[in-house]
Every structure is written in C-alpha cells, then in structure tokens.
Design a protein around this ligand. Structure first.
Ligand code: SF4
Ligand code: SF4
Length: 476
C-alpha cells in the first residue's frame, strides 16, 4: 500500500498509486479549470504533488503547455536568476560486474576497452580539468568490488582534493557510484563529498528487473532504497534521476516525483538535484531497442513541469543533449550543465577515444555537445547567462535542510549571484580565451550594479580587484 513515509521501496514507490495517478491524469487532461488551478498552486512556488504534475504532463491543451513553460521560466528566474553552474564528469573506472542492457560498461561487453585510472593518472586527469577551468566534478565509476572497491573511490577523492595546479583547485567532488551500505556512505561523507548521485534508471520494478538481469544492481529494492541509506550515513545532499527512454516516461516521471516526496517526508529534505538524461547511442547498445525514447518537445515539457513541481531542486543536464536542446531547456529550469565533457576513462589527459579508429572505445555514451568548456562558457555569455563555478554552499556547511531553508526563503540568491560573478572572474583571469574574457568582463560590469545589498556590492567590487591581482577563492 502507498506510504511515502515507508522505508520499503515498493511502498513509497507504489505501483498501484503510479497507475492510478496515470489514469487520473488521462481522465482530467482536458479539464482546463483543474489544470489552471494546479498552475495557480504552482505559481506559489510550494511545489506540486506527483498527481498534479502528471495531469499537466498528460494534458495536450495548448494553453496548459504555454502556461507551464512561462511559469517554469518565471520560477527559474526567481530562484536561479540567469546563473548556470558548470561541472564536468570524471570517469575513474569502467570495470563493472552489472549487466545493464542500456550501458556499454555492462560486464559482457567484450569490445569496450576496460580501464581504471591509477592515482597518478587521476592527477593527470584532474590537472587537465583544472587547466580547463573546472572547479566541480562528478565522479563516475562502474560497480566492481575487486577493481573499484570503496577504498579506491575514497583514495581517489583524497587525491583529487589534494591537487593544486597553478591557480586550479577542485572544490567540490560529487559522487555517482553504485548503491552501497550505510557504512560506505558514512565514509564518503567523511571524505568530503558534495552530492551523492544515483540514477534510478526506471521506477517500474518489472522493467527494472528486465533491464538489470544480473549483478548487484538487479536488486530493485536495494537500489531504490539507497538514498535513505545515504542519508542515514550522514549525506544530506542527494541527486536523483531517471534515464528517460528506458521505460514509459510517464511512469518514471511520476515515480521520480514520488521519490522526491518520500525523501522530504522521511528526512525533511528532498533531492538536492534531479538529472534528466535521455538514452543515447553507445558502444554495443542498440538504442532502437528502447522504443520509448522521447522526442524533444515532450522532453522540454518534462523539464518545465519538473521546474514548477520541485522549484527548490537543481536540474542537471549533460552533454548527451545537443546545443539546441540545451539552449531550450536552460530557459525552462536547468540550473547546472556539464561542459567540455569526456565520457571515457582517461579522456581529459589522453583525448576522447570515442569516434577514433586508433583505439578501442572506453566511453560510456556518445556526447552530442562536443564543444570545449571555453566555447560553452562563451555561448552561455552570448545567451545572457552567468556561467558560475561556485561551490560555496558545501564548503560553508550549507547542506541538507540548512540549504533548503535558504532556498525556500529566496535568500540563496543573495549568495549565488555574487559567488557566480566572482568565480566567473577567476575563470576569465585564468583560463578564458580573449573573446570569452571580453564578453565575461562586460557581463560582470553589467551585473555588479544589480547586487541589491550595498555591503555585498562593495565587497564584490573589492574582490574583483583582488582577483585581478592574483588572489583567489572568495565566497559568501
Ligand atoms: Fe555498470 Fe553503471 Fe553501466 Fe550499469 S549503468 S553497466 S552499473 S556502469
Ligand atoms: Fe550553488 Fe550555493 Fe554557489 Fe548558489 S551559493 S551556486 S546554491 S553552491
């Protein structure tokens, strides 16, 4: 029976509740009054229930779609302004004992090149990432207790935080590793990770079991209950996500929101971020097998409704998406994007093996947005966004419910905005091309007068001079 407070996966992600929500949405999809009343509620920025959000997604009324999009843009502006936080994935190892049907790292793939970075190789990768200008990483690794035990991940985190090359530093390491024990989550917390990210892939148990036929990940309950164990282990920022296109997207959309409601009900804080990857081509994977892949217009609507349903949760997209799609969904609610990404193990220092004939491919998926970080930053500036390399909250102890209280009160913008400008300034000083520097300086000059608080404004002006003179790492 459905119970958002239960710690049992099949009760907080109750199949009957999802199916009834889907049926309710079909029944009410043409009810304009109901849709508009849901949108009025959403405008209060207190979020929507999974059922309400599903009615909006199901509705094909043009007025509803239009209002979802304008409201998403308004909410995005109110909470996140024109800032976009930048990050990069770092693949440590693609050894994996699981058999996920959609991932080329699956254990039976004999054509992929298996690699695991040594600590020396991690130093090279991270130095290359620092030289691009990155400050925030998402660590990725396959599940393999022999090749990638937790000790390897912990040692790698320590190595990453210790590397200081020129003015570079990785200031926040988010971790995307397989579901694990409370004890291991505690170790990750002690190692100083930012967000623990784990994609559910799909919330439909039957499909989940089909997609994960063997290996530890095949245990639906253990995987679905991982965020509760992470929180029990002291990690208070967790990142959820589904791989859209694996299952019926509507089912997963409802499941994702139910998971967020569950975390809020049990731990008092919902997910810190939601990622919205879509299935895409990769080695030894036939995308046509996943005939539920969703078209761009539905994908955009999903992002817009997520923005209004969970206004306090950051939304992340990766380089799986093309620049065109990224541009559209940035407006609608995305707050973090990756830039200059390599999805192969060792790809930053050695160059991506994808699409190269001279080497076996070690990449997890093909990247649609192949631009460099500087090109992405330049593009964001052209679109009027402030590319932000900020990592302040985690370092100031603003995590979990402390963070959420600040976001909900709207006060977070008072720190995000100056931090975005100061970290952009660091990027411009140390890594930007001449053209990007020129555009970035113009944007900073235009944005500083918009800082409301006089004291903050004066401090930012002072720090800008100090940054130009070689000092680094100011934050609010
Ligand atoms: Fe392994 Fe993760 Fe790929 Fe599954 S999705 S095969 S667990 S790396
Ligand atoms: Fe993120 Fe906090 Fe920086 Fe804002 S101040 S961008 S919420 S880390």
């Amino acid at each position: 029976m459905y119970n958002p407070k239960s710690l049992k996966a099949t009760e907080f992600i109750d199949d009957t509740e999802i199916r009834e929500s889907l049926a309710y949405a079909v029944e009410h999809k043409d009810d304009l009054d109901l849709c508009m009343s849901i949108l009025e509620k959403a405008a209060l920025c207190k979020g929507l229930s999974h059922r309400e959000a599903m009615v909006l997604l199901e509705s094909e009324l043009p007025q509803v779609r239009e209002k979802c999009f304008t409201l998403a843009e308004e909410i995005k502006k109110r909470f996140y302004g024109n800032r976009i936080v930048m990050f990069a994935p770092l693949y440590l190892s693609n050894y994996c004992i699981n058999s996920c049907r959609y991932c080329p790292y699956h254990a039976k793939n004999k054509t992929i090149c298996r690699k695991k970075l040594t600590q020396e190789e991690i130093v090279r990768e991270v130095t290359a990432l620092q030289d691009m200008g990155h400050k925030r990483l998402a660590l990725e690794t396959g599940e393999d207790p022999i090749n990638n035990p937790i000790e390897y991940v912990l040692e790698s985190i320590k190595t990453i935080y210790s590397i200081k090359h020129k003015n570079g530093a990785i200031r926040r390491v988010n971790v995307n590793i397989a579901a694990t024990t409370v004890e291991n989550y505690r170790k990750l917390k002690e190692a100083g990770i930012g967000t623990y990210i784990l994609f559910q892939e799909t919330y439909n148990k039957e499909s989940y079991e089909y997609l994960h036929p063997a290996g530890p990940k095949s245990d639906y309950a253990y995987h679905t209950e991982a965020m509760d164990r992470a929180m029990e282990g002291g990690i208070d920022d967790v990142g959820c996500g589904v791989l859209f296109g694996l299952n019926m997207y509507k089912y997963d959309f409802v499941g994702l929101l139910m998971h967020a409601e569950h975390l809020e009900a049990v731990h008092g804080v919902g997910p810190h971020t939601i990622s919205v990857p879509r299935i895409c081509p990769a080695d030894d994977i036939d995308v046509d097998e996943f005939s539920n892949a969703i078209p761009d217009d539905i994908f955009e609507k999903i992002v817009a409704i997520l923005r209004i349903a969970v206004p306090y949760t950051g939304i992340i997209i990766s380089t799986r998406e093309s620049p065109r799609v990224r541009r559209e969904i940035l407006k609608l609610g995305v707050s973090q994007i990756s830039g200059g990404s390599r999805t192969s193990v060792g790809g930053y220092a050695d160059g991506e093996a994808v699409n190269r004939d001279d080497e076996m491919n070690s990449a997890q998926f093909d990247v649609s947005d192949t631009r460099t970080l500087d090109e992405v930053v330049n593009w964001l500036l052209d679109l009027g966004y402030i590319p932000s390399f900020c990592t302040a909250c985690y370092r100031e102890g603003r995590t979990g419910d402390r963070f959420m209280r600040l976001v909900k009160s709207g006060a977070i913008a008072n720190v995000c905005h100056p931090n975005a400008l100061m970290t952009l300034k660091e990027y411009l000083e140390d890594y930007a091309s001449a053209d990007t520097r020129r555009k970035g300086e113009a944007l900073i000059a235009a944005e500083i007068p918009k800082l409301q608080n006089e004291k903050v404004r004066a401090l930012v002006e002072q720090h800008m001079k100090e940054l130009h003179n070689g000092m680094r790492d100011f934050r609010f």
